[in-house]
Write a protein of this length. Structure first.
Length: 136
């Protein structure tokens, strides 16, 4: 049964590795989403500031254009990260599937070993009973 334990251990390690990778990707996605939120909040604050100071209006157009370009860049990054996250989730599902297969095979092997041990014990007891009967 060492082979089964080794396979399960290796598969568990693979699952943990993929989980760590997925966690890193999710953290990157979250960070980009927060950057987008901060940019939107900053733009809203600048627009509110413009309302109180009319001379700032001229600078707001340039700020708005720069914010739009940064937002587009962040959205492209976000799309790339989402695609990477989807691939990592698929890899995680596959790793879990393999782990469950190995666990199932190991359990079936243990069950077969128990059945074989029970069959041998029954055969030994039958033989012992026959020897006692013959000896009488």
């Amino acid at each position: 049964m060492k082979w089964a334990n080794s396979l399960i251990r290796l598969s568990t390690h693979e699952v943990e590795t993929v989980q760590k990778r997925l966690a890193e990707i999710v953290a990157r996605r979250w960070a980009v989403e927060m950057q987008i939120e901060a940019l939107d909040a900053e733009l809203a604050a600048e627009r509110a500031h413009k309302a109180s100071y009319e001379e700032v209006g001229f600078y707001l157009a340039g700020f708005s254009e720069g914010a739009r370009i940064r937002r587009l860049d962040l959205m492209a990054k976000l799309d790339t990260i989402r695609i990477e996250e989807e691939g990592a989730r698929e890899a995680m599902a596959e790793a879990f599937e393999n782990l469950k297969k190995y666990e199932h095979v190991a359990e079936a092997a243990k069950l077969a070993a128990r059945k074989e041990a029970g069959r041998r014990e029954t055969a030994e007891l039958d033989e012992l009973g026959l020897r006692k009967k013959i000896a009488r």
